[in-house]
Write a protein that binds this ligand. Sequence first.
Ligand SMILES: [Zn+2]
Length: 137
Amino acid sequence: MPPEIPSEQLPQTEEEWRVRLTPQQFAVTRQGATEPAFSGIYWDTKRSGTYRCVACEAELFSSETKYESGSGWPSFWEPEAPDRVTTVVDRSHGMIRTEVRCAHCDSHLGHVFEDGPQPTGLRYCINSAALDLEATD
Ligand SMILES: [Zn+2]
């Protein structure tokens, strides 16, 4: 698989994103929605491979850092590389959380919490709808 889609080839408007993504992918990645726990296609996946951004195909997470968090969402203790994601303080829903976005296309991916396993102690809690697994097994 080639790397991520070049920025100039990505949709520029909300309408273009709607055409490119399914309604659920659009709601999650462009509007910050959260899929219901245990509903996504990857929360229980144990296949090997690379999880790419569903919107721009950037490599975001490796199956090697995916772990069973019991949350009902795909959980990782580290991104593929530190610069693959950005974080933003999210004060919605009466909580203070740290939102995780794709560094390449700014799509909402999920949130990161400080109750993950070592070595990082982090839990990247990511929506399946924001991911596309490129399986290697
Ligand atoms: Zn992306």
